[in-house]
Design a protein around this ligand. Structure first.
Ligand code: SAM
Length: 280
């Protein structure tokens, strides 16, 4: 069987099909099969599963998914990869490669049509955050989401209250999902090698909110306002919610949250408490 993991064979396949690697589409292909197997094991993929893969590239992960899953729907934006995929995935009858921009695809619809699905992918790094934000809002939610991203983004997602890495992305992901780091992947494990290291996270959508929020929209308004002006104290940054300083000061005082704290020090429940108090 053709080797999809060595830089030499990746180049040979590209030459054979006249494929030119596009940096602008984040085309860094994995060269470490162990990482692929680890992702599949961590996602807990079985023959009962439909899997939606984001960005199959030349099909390394896709081919292994085909062997483990019941059905694979692979969304790829670059038409030039289709002849390559036809070759590398020949015999993989349970794979459907779809020409699609993941940011314009109704993933909820695909999940509904298939009675549930897991999402997996080595993400194109130029759109990591928008993809994650879309997946968080997808309904029905995927069973789980196992994705490779820049290590620095993974660290921001995992950051707890008190960490300087913490931001609106950390709160959004942790609100919607349980998070788990699967594996760190050095830049040398890709061809061509990107400028940064990577990490795989497994996100499992929660069935219930992890905090008591009366109004989810107001909760996220507080989160965005707090981190939108993260150098400012909460007393100042929370004016971005549209509430008056008087109301914000009173809310913080009644909760015993010091006015000069900054957003990254707040737990998710403290954000929820502030939102609940402001909305009262
Ligand atoms: N899965 C392969 C691997 O691990 O070797 C390739 C991963 S590569 C980092 C990202 C893939 O996403 C590329 O194949 C790229 O063409 C594709 N891609 C980029 N933007 C996309 C988009 N908006 N929608 C779907 N696929 C996209």
């Amino acid at each position: 069987m053709i080797d999809l993991y060595s830089p030499k064979s990746i180049r040979a396949i590209a030459d054979r099909f006249g494929f030119r690697n596009r940096k602008s589409l984040g085309q860094n292909f994995l060269t470490d099969r162990n990482v692929v197997l680890e992702m599949i094991a961590s996602a807990g993929i079985t023959k009962d599963d439909t899997v939606i893969e984001i960005g199959p590239g030349i099909g390394a992960l896709t081919r292994e998914l085909s062997a483990s899953a019941g059905k694979v729907i692979a969304l790829e934006i670059d038409r030039d990869l289709f002849p390559v995929l036809e070759f590398t995935l020949s015999g993989c009858e349970n794979v459907e490669v779809v020409h699609a921009d993941v940011l314009k695809t109704d993933i909820g619809e695909l999940i509904r049509e298939n009675g549930g699905a897991k999402v997996i992918g080595n993400l194109p790094y130029y759109i990591t955050t928008p993809i994650i934000m879309r997946l968080l809002e997808t309904r029905p939610a995927p069973d789980n989401i196992t994705i490779m991203m820049q290590k620095e983004v993974a660290e921001r997602i995992l950051a707890e209250a008190g960490s300087t890495e913490r931001g609106a992305l950390s709160v959004a992901v942790q609100y919607h999902c349980e998070t788990e780091e699967v594996i760190e992947v050095p830049r040398e494990s890709f061809s061509p090698a990107p400028k940064v290291d990577s990490a795989v996270l497994k996100l499992t959508p929660r069935k219930e909110s992890p905090v008591r929020t009366d109004d989810k929209e107001l909760f996220f308004r507080c989160v965005r306002a707090g981190f939108g002006q993260r150098r400012k104290t909460l007393y100042n940054s929370l004016t971005g919610t549209g509430y008056s300083k008087e109301k914000i000061g009173a809310a913080l005082d009644s909760l015993g949250i010091e006015r000069n704290r900054r957003a990254e020090t707040l737990t998710m429940q403290e954000f929820a408490d502030i939102a609940n108090e402001l909305g009262r």
